[in-house]
Design a protein around this ligand. Structure first.
Ligand code: ADP
Ligand code: C5P
Ligand code: MG
Length: 190
């Protein structure tokens, strides 16, 4: 992967903040390829891989899967794809994710889109998502919020200190959030 030159934007924010929804819009407007770490892990479970059971148990508990596993999936997806612009959604989720990705791939994000959303709004959205996800129940949601606060927010702070975070208020209608997202992308391209 160190031989492929790619542009990467990390898309971060709490569970249910609207990362996947906005990534779909960004793909249509800006020609990025969307890679959701959570989607890749769920696909790995479905494929019947030897790690499947471990991944499934961790997702059910809202825990972060070891970086080695997630990075392998992201790396493969980037290499298999002809595009050179990627939105990496839901990754890095903790310090281990961040440091390992950087040293394994040599990739530094162009910037970080951060969807900022109050917990009660995220909870409402997750409980209404209706995609049959095993982690969209109130017990797991509480665990995911705790992991987000303790492990994921520090990663956002890390990039913030480097001036790389573009923060978007996410507790608005989808179209309004996307207007702010567009502004964040346009100012980068200059
Ligand atoms: P994430 O990928 O961050 O977990 P999703 O994009 O899957 O979040 O959104 C979670 C749920 O909230 C989905 O059911 C989605 O349709 C809904 N949703 C996303 N953005 C908004 C918004 N701005 N306002 C209301 N509901 C939203
Ligand atoms: O981003 P998403 O909500 O789809 O993630 C679902 C779950 O996948 C997380 O709660 C976590 O268990 C797992 N995950 C992970 N490492 C990541 C992204 C997701 O372990 N970087
Ligand atoms: Mg998502």
């Amino acid at each position: 992967l160190k031989n492929k030159k790619v542009t990467v934007v990390f898309v971060l924010g709490g569970p249910g903040s609207g990362k996947g929804t906005q990534c779909a819009n960004i793909v249509k407007n800006f020609g990025f390829t969307h890679l959701s770490a959570g989607d890749l892990l769920r696909a790995e479970i479905k494929s019947g891989s030897e790690n499947g059971t471990m991944i499934q148990n961790m997702i059910k508990e809202g825990k972060i899967v070891p970086s080695e596993v997630t990075i392998k999936l992201l790396q493969r997806a980037i290499l298999e794809n002809g595009n050179d612009k990627f939105l990496i959604d839901g990754f890095p989720r903790n310090e281990e994710n961040r440091a390992a990705f950087e040293s394994v791939t040599g990739i530094e994000p162009e910037f970080v889109l951060f969807f900022d959303c109050p917990e009660e709004e995220m909870e409402r959205r997750l409980l209404g998502r209706n995609e049959g996800r095993e982690d969209d129940n109130i017990e797991t949601i509480r665990k995911r919020f705790k992991v987000y606060m303790e492990s994921s927010l520090p990663v956002i702070d890390y990039y913030n200190a480097k001036g790389k975070v573009r923060k978007i208020s996410a507790a608005r209608p989808v179209e309004e959030v996307f207007e702010a997202v567009k502004a964040a992308f346009t100012s980068l391209v200059d």
